[in-house]
Design a protein around this ligand. Structure first.
Ligand SMILES: Nc1nc2c(ncn2[C@@H]2O[C@H](COP(=O)(O)OP(=O)(O)OP(=O)(O)O)[C@@H](O)[C@H]2O)c(=O)[nH]1
Ligand SMILES: [Mg+2]
Length: 491
């Protein structure tokens, strides 16, 4: 990338986003090609997504698929915080754009009190941006924020290229990465919600696109009532589709909660791994449980929660669940759509909040994650802050985090440093079985002995002539089942 010298006023900051980057500028796609050709193909097939296809104006849908976010220019408005904050935000937008499969040509930030209601950046700056778009040959501009429908339309009119906002970009990545039926339905729901709000301001041609896509089944003349406008028809179709998706999701949620109930019946403690996207949550799960979950240097690699069983050093079973990553300004529609997945986090006995210690601003990540946690009702779950990537992080940079979060634990999922200490801490933090039992179990009840091992904590065990004599602590449910074998103290 060359540094352009165009005429932004002093307050403008221009970033050379290639600085300090991995040499592999085409990250995400090329790297995943070799190992996961199929998955990549699937992801690309999904790229013409509902929410995005509304931006289609005068190109055919087939062309659109190729054109989508190919050569992009980033634009941000810096309203508060330091220059560094603004740069971090744009650097993150660059990672998001690359994760979506685009090549980032350049990024510009304008300092302003607040975004311009009509054009996001100041209207005077739009012409400069137009020149930059032309000189770089960009085909898409991505705004670092959520654009109002009018802002989006005005910018597209003036810049003559597609304009996408941060929310649509995140939705696009989610659509590419969703694999499970539930994940796909959740993303589609979020996209429809996003699109529905944008239908209003977007005149005829845009809603025409929406109609073609959303009303796939049985769309057409018959469905339109007398006097109903195109937008009304589209909105009605979207609403129908939303209702259908909600219904589907409810059924899928049923399956998930049955699984959860089963865990609860056996009082199996659960640990949820949450944190900022790319912090190393899946790597940590793999390191601790040998799960083999997809790890990628890309944002939102994981969308579907994976649960793995593991055991404490004394043989108690508990589970780890890896979840979708969070990001600053995670679109509200996404949080809503993923609520049932995220409830897994709210339901956990313990939360491992993973932070990337090598990130330029880990405290801001912690803050962003806690905001989402509060929103999904997980604010009260017991939390262990896990500072990951210790092998990369500058120890000096960790000091302020440890100062703010004195109970945090520093690990590296890559080298394994600190992992034993972490698992010991997790084990000690799990809810403990609290009913003491003293039992004599006949030798044909080996099944109960193994359940006591996996669900409870054995204090003493002795093989006697009459059976297995065992003192243990178990959860109340199991204690009830063991009652017939209880050795009465008066015996
Ligand atoms: N150097 C180093 N890299 C790590 C460590 N842990 C994870 N990574 C890398 O960080 C990147 C992201 O790791 P993931 O485990 O996929 O992160 P995640 O939090 O699951 O990310 P999402 O699912 O995308 O939200 C990958 O390239 C990992 O190899 C670590 O301890 N040290
Ligand atoms: Mg992951």
């Amino acid at each position: 990338m060359t540094t352009q010298s165009h005429s932004y006023e002093e307050a403008d900051v221009e970033l050379d986003l290639d600085q300090g980057e991995d040499s592999d500028s085409s990250s995400g796609y090329d790297t995943s090609l070799s190992t996961e050709g199929l998955e990549l193909e699937e992801r690309q097939a999904l790229r013409r997504v509902v929410g995005m296809s509304t931006e289609l104006t005068d190109i055919s849908e087939v062309e659109y698929r190729k054109l989508l976010l190919e050569r992009v220019l980033l634009v941000g408005v810096w309203t508060e915080g330091s220059a560094e904050d603004a740069e971090n935000s744009l650097a993150e937008l660059k990672l998001l754009a690359e994760t979506a499969g685009s090549e980032v040509l350049d990024g510009v930030i304008q300092r302003r009190k607040k975004p311009d209601p009509a054009t996001f950046i100041g209207s005077g700056k739009v012409a400069d941006l137009r020149n930059l778009v032309a000189s770089l040959g960009a085909d898409t501009v991505i705004a670092d924020g959520e654009l109002a429908p009018a802002q989006l339309r005005n910018l597209e009119d003036k810049l003559k290229v597609k304009v996408v906002d941060r929310t649509a970009l995140i939705l696009d990545i989610f659509a590419q990465h969703a694999k499970s039926k539930e994940g796909k339905a959740q993303v589609e729901l979020a996209q429809l919600q996003y699109m529905k709000q944008r239908l209003r301001g977007w005149g005829g041609n845009l809603s025409r696109q929406a109609g073609g896509r959303v009303g796939a089944a049985g769309g057409g003349i018959g469905g339109r009532g007398p006097g109903e406008t195109k937008i009304e028809t589209d909105r009605r179709r979207i609403n129908t589709k939303i209702a259908k998706l909600r219904h589907e999701l409810k059924a899928l949620k049923g399956t998930r909660s049955t699984m959860r109930q089963e865990r609860r019946r056996h009082s199996i403690p659960s640990v949820a791994i949450a944190g900022y996207t790319n912090a190393g949550k899946s790597s940590l799960l793999n390191k601790i449980t040998g799960a083999g979950v997809l790890v990628e240097n890309a944002l939102f690699a994981t969308l579907d929660p994976t649960t793995r069983r593991t055991t404490t050093s004394d043989g108690r079973v508990y589970t780890f669940t890896d979840t979708v990553g969070f990001v600053r300004h995670l679109p509200h529609d996404i949080v809503e759509a993923f609520r049932s997945t995220l409830e897994e986090v709210a339901d956990a006995d313990l939360l491992l909040h993973v932070v990337d210690g090598s990130h330029p601003d880990p405290l801001a990540q912690i803050q962003a994650v806690r905001e989402v946690l509060a929103e999904i009702g997980a604010g009260d779950v017991r939390e262990i802050i896990v500072i990951n990537k210790a092998d990369l992080a500058d120890p000096m940079a960790l000091a302020p985090i440890l100062h703010r979060e004195p109970h945090a634990i520093v690990v590296s999922a890559r080298t394994g440093d600190g992992i034993d200490k972490l698992t010991a801490l997790v084990e000690a933090s799990l809810p403990q079985p609290d009913v003491s039992v003293d039992l004599l179990l006949p030798y044909d009840r080996g099944d109960l002995v193994s359940r006591i091992h996996s669900e409870g904590s054995v204090d003493t065990l002795e093989h006697t002539g009459e059976g297995t004599r065992l003192a243990a602590r178990v959860h109340a449910g199991l204690a009830d089942e063991l009652a017939p074998y209880e050795v009465s103290t008066t015996r």
